[in-house]
Ligand binder design. Structure first.
Ligand code: GLA
Length: 734
């Protein structure tokens, strides 16, 4: 798995199909990147660092040291002494200087994977993975940098993280700490990223990589709707099934930058880490800073292989807790049903009807606390509004439980409304620049979670609500991004720590919550899907994907999300029409089939929707129970992309034993005088025969075909009548 060739001074990290190689060169022990790609047999590729070509290593040619720094493939590049590409670390000493350079000191190969203090990270046992701890130093500053690499054995993933320790006598400031870098030769890559906005999250973007710096980033204080902490450099000809891909995904929920820089020598430097904007961390002598983890995937087999590597890793080595491998209760959420206008009787009327139809949990969304009858007040006052919830919360929960349903509740713990008792008592608890009026968003401010007293107060309020009744689900929301970065609690030279301290505090609160209430199903959310990232997935097995629940808009959002994240993590609900976000009307059946690709639930007033829609719910519930194990656990393949072809969408899941598969086909706009579509299935066993059943199309008779034929020659899907029609096709070994 991980070996060190002492003579060559080369480390070789192997996953089942890939190799990553690091070399130590010259008298100064520079740490260089040799190779990341298809698995190699030998650790002999050190020549790829080009130290035998001009300008040579400094011990052979010190007069061109600067040129050496500017072209050497560094494993963890620094800055300020001659490498003019963007480095991974920024340091400012007490004297105000910024240059640094690292040399190898020692290393250790550790079975399994150490935890990262205070941060979410992937995990694995001794049998699952091995970790290389590479210790480097800058002896002039008194700085030790530990590079951690974990090579997984059950999936083609290498994770990286970095820990910086002040080994000197004086403090210094870290002005930047990225977590991963790959310096490699450019091979005319395309750059793939996920772009979006509120209600349009994670749309796939692909463009040619050119000279200079190209990046995606967020400094909104969260991973964001707009850009996503994911970047892939891909072969210009890469497809779903073929081509090389280098992908990085950040296990972090705050500011990030993911970047590719193509240099004068046609090298590319790919980096990922915390965004340096407004970041400045003071490290006292002896203190350490732990940077978050980057997950790296390399494949030469296209996007399906990349996706499955991420999915496998996240399902097995990131998501935790009671619901990790379990079917989730089908929920009904009252947000789009009632918004703020509800009371106990209204909620119970929804629950009564829903329980009759097979729905398993009622989730009470925003508006149950303080004087919150609109979105302009009361965040921070987590006390039940008994005028609305007449009889109290426990009464409501007990009544819902009596119907055989679970009960869930919404919180937005990180926020404070200017119009709240909390703000009136503690105006200095909001993030703000003293003396400057704060920028409101949705008429709210963000709490300064860098202050432990704020965290304790909010946690206690949330926990006491949860302790007061049998609440089995929490939707943890975060409805605005950060501005006015200032803390009344931090000294001047630590204000630059606020963004990161904020994220650490969110993690700490969720850690506390999931430890005190281990049975809780936690669903993260941020104005829809603005914080859908691996950091949050470590605490919650599912995340609300988007406030856009329209079945057609969801095709693109779910395609982009599923490019990295397992279907089991994607919060997806059937909502009412015309869709509240954009006014489109789609068939109830299609809304159900699209939501079936995620966690599945409802977000509508079941007492008010048309009778024919209501009549369809028991059959949808039955479909969920029949197929959810397959959807949650199966391997996912993308067959066609509506976002690319503008006509139809198609994806497939296949069980691990290849005995079952479910194909979802969605035709967006119908076309007149058109024939059936031929789709090529994937992931089946070529030697098995499958019974193919069109679940919701009586015009197609059940038939048996071989996996070989279905994958190579394909399956015909008749053209459905009407727009926005979906087909669910089930295959089982015959
Ligand atoms: C956010 C969420 C919604 C809903 C509202 C409540 O927008 O994404 O699902 O919970 O907040 O205010």
């Amino acid at each position: 798995m991980i070996s060190y060739n002492e003579k060559e001074r080369v480390f070789k990290l192997d996953t089942p199909n890939t190799t990553y190689m690091i070399g130590i060169v010259d008298e100064e022990s520079f740490v260089g990147h040799i190779y990341y790609g298809r698995k190699l047999k030998e650790a002999e590729a050190g020549y790829l660092m080009r130290t035998g070509e001009p300008p040579f290593v400094p011990s052979k040619n010190n007069r061109e040291r600067c040129s050496f720094y500017d072209c050497f493939p560094f494993e963890y590049p620094t800055g300020g002494v001659g490498d003019y590409r963007e480095g991974c670390i920024g340091v400012r000493t007490v004297a105000g200087h910024a240059g640094s350079m690292l040399s190898y000191v020692t290393h250790e190969i550790i079975p399994g994977k150490p935890e990262l203090a205070g941060l979410p990270a992937t995990f694995g046992t001794k049998g699952d993975c091995e970790t290389l701890r590479l210790v480097c130093e800058d002896k002039y500053i008194g700085m030790q940098v530990e590079l951690l690499y974990t090579a997984f054995q059950d999936t083609d993933v290498i994770t990286r993280s970095v820990k910086v320790t002040n080994t000197g006598k004086e403090h210094f400031y870290l002005t930047k700490v990225y977590s991963a870098c790959i310096d490699m030769d450019n091979r005319d890559y395309d750059m793939v990223s996920l772009h979006g906005s509120w209600a349009r999250e994670r749309h796939i973007q692909r463009k040619a990589l050119g000279y200079g710096i190209q990046n995606v980033s967020s400094y909104r204080g969260e991973s964001s709707h707009q850009d996503h902490p994911f970047l892939a450099l891909v072969d210009r000809n890469a497809t779903q099934e073929n081509g090389e891909i280098y992908a990085m995904n950040f296990v972090y929920s705050g500011n990030f930058r993911a970047q590719a820089e193509v240099t004068q020598f046609d090298y590319v430097r790919m980096t990922m880490g915390i965004h340096p904007e407004n970041f400045c961390w003071k490290l006292e002598s002896g203190e350490s800073f732990q940077a978050p983890e980057v997950v790296m995937v390399y494949t030469d087999k296209g996007f399906d292989a990349m996706t499955n590597a991420f999915h496998r890793l996240y399902k097995k080595h990131l998501i935790r807790g009671e619901y990790k491998d379990k079917k989730r209760p089908i929920l009904i959420n009252n947000w789009e049903a009632t918004y703020f206008e509800f009371n106990t009787e209204k909620l119970l009327s929804i629950a009564r009807e829903a329980s009759q139809l097979g729905i398993e949990m009622l989730v009470m969304d925003d508006g149950w606390f303080g004087r919150r009858n609109f979105d302009d007040c009361a965040l921070g006052d987590w006390k039940v509004n008994e005028e609305k919830l007449n009889g109290g919360l426990k009464y409501l929960v007990d009544e819902v439980n009596k119907l055989g349903m679970k009960f869930g509740i919404w919180f937005e713990p990180e926020m404070i409304s200017p119009d709240s008792d909390l703000y009136r008592a503690h105006p200095d608890w909001a993030i703000a620049i003293p003396g400057r009026p704060g920028t409101e968003s949705r008429q709210q401010f963000v709490l300064d979670l860098s202050r432990p007293e704020v965290v304790d107060c909010i946690y206690e309020q949330v926990a006491s609500v949860l302790r007061s009744a049998n609440i089995e689900y929490v939707k943890w929301d975060m409805n605005r991004q950060l501005t006015d970065i200032g803390s009344y609690g931090l000294p001047a030279d630590r204000q630059g720590e606020l963004y990161h301290r904020y994220v650490l505090a969110v993690y700490q609160m969720q850690d506390r919550l999931t430890k005190e209430f281990p049975y809780l199903l936690l669903e993260n959310c941020s104005g829809g899907g603005a914080r859908f990232d691996p950091g949050m997935l470590y605490f919650s097995p599912q995340i609300w994907c988007s406030d856009d629940t329209d079945a057609v808009e969801r095709l693109e959002i779910q395609e982009g999300t599923a490019l990295i994240y397992p279907l089991s993590t994607m919060g997806a609900h059937v909502s009412d029409c015309p869709n509240h976000a954009l006014g489109r009307v789609t068939p109830f059946e299609t809304r159900g089939i699209v939501a079936l690709a995620g966690t599945f639930g409802y977000e509508l007033d079941v007492t008010k929707i048309p009778q024919e829609d209501r009549d369809m719910i028991p059959a949808q519930v039955a479909m969920y129970h029949k197929y959810n194990d397959l959807v949650r656990e199966g391997d996912y393949y993308r067959i066609a992309s509506y976002s690319q072809n503008h006509k139809y969408d198609c994806w497939q899941v296949v069980s691990g034993d290849k005995k079952q598969s479910l194909v979802t086909f969605v035709q967006v706009l119908n076309r007149v005088n058109f024939k059936s579509r031929r789709i090529l299935l994937k992931g089946l066993d070529a030697d098995k025969r499958y019974k193919v059943v069109f679940e919701n199309d009586d015009s197609v008779e059940d038939a048996v075909y071989s996996g070989d034929t279905l994958m190579k020659a394909g399956l015909l899907v008749p053209n459905p009548w009407g727009d926005f029609r979906a087909r669910l096709i089930y295959l089982a070994e015959a």
